[in-house]
Design a protein around this ligand. Structure first.
Ligand code: PEP
Length: 250
């Protein structure tokens, strides 16, 4: 039985006061969330505020990105070790906004995945196709390419201490959610592809769905056999909505 995970990606949103109010609100409603693993990923500068509020709580926190490098002359970058220093346990890698807006290709994403694991962070590896790729019938080929780049560099065993998030690009922040059947089909494809290398790793791996998840559609998505929770963007900025999604995960 895989323990569900719900992760909030705040993207570039929030002030210190808003971050404190948001995590305070989430903490207050936690009683209704049974056993799902929960985490929030604030912008870098808000991590200390979140860490102060969440220290000792059951909610973990993580980064939205990290440098592939350990340290040095990389102006504007933040390393995995720095995230660890601020209590992060997880980090998102390969989010579609990083891939599309900052030119992060599969090799860079794989390097970041490895850099995260090198310092003990759990990478949440995002994969997903664009609308044009889906319409061209390339969904599986794109996901396979994105996955294979990481497995090639880090090895399939590395997936044992990672999480994958399937995020169709056309569903992120658009209000268009993949149907439960569409999402399940891709999740099953990811698991089967990894099972060719290790059945055990594939069976244990948590695969989250992300893309316009809200309280109203979470239950049906999370009810699919290969969907083990969600990576939540917009809806994670509202404590009540995020908590309702967490409750739907179990
Ligand atoms: C995301 O940013 O990873 C995401 C899934 O966003 P949204 O839930 O807003 O579509």
């Amino acid at each position: 039985m895989r323990r569900p995970v719900v992760a909030g990606n705040w993207k570039m949103n929030g002030t210190q006061a808003e971050a404190a109010a948001l995590v305070g609100g989430i903490e207050q409603g936690l009683a209704g969330v049974r056993h799902a693993e929960l985490l929030v990923c604030p912008p870098f500068v808000l991590i200390p505020v979140v860490a102060e509020w969440l220290g000792g709580s059951r909610i973990a926190w993580g980064g939205q990105n990290l440098s592939a490098h350990k340290s040095g002359a990389y102006t504007g970058e933040v390393s995995g070790a720095m995230l660890r220093d601020f209590g992060c346990s997880h980090v998102i890698v390969g989010h579609s906004e990083r891939r599309a807006l900052y030119g992060e290709g599969d090799e860079v994403v794989a390097e970041k995945f490895r850099a995260a694991q090198n310092v003990g962070l759990v990478p949440i590896l995002c994969v997903g196709e664009t609308l044009a790729e889906r319409e061209a019938g390339e969904t599986e080929a794109v996901i396979a390419r994105q996955l294979d780049a990481v497995v090639h560099l880090a090895g399939v065993a590395a997936m044992d201490s990672a999480i994958i998030a399937y995020e169709p690009v056309w569903a992120i922040g658009t209000g268009k959610t993949a149907t439960p059947a569409q999402a399940q089909a891709v999740h099953a494809f990811i698991r089967q592809r990894l099972a060719q290398l290790s059945a055990t790793v594939a069976e244990r791996l948590r695969i989250l769905y992300g893309g316009s998840v809200k309280a109203a559609n979470a239950q049906e998505l999370f009810g699919q056999p290969d969907i083990d929770g969600g990576l939540i963007g917009g809806a994670s900025l509202d404590a009540g909505e995020f908590l309702a999604i967490c409750r739907a995960a179990g």
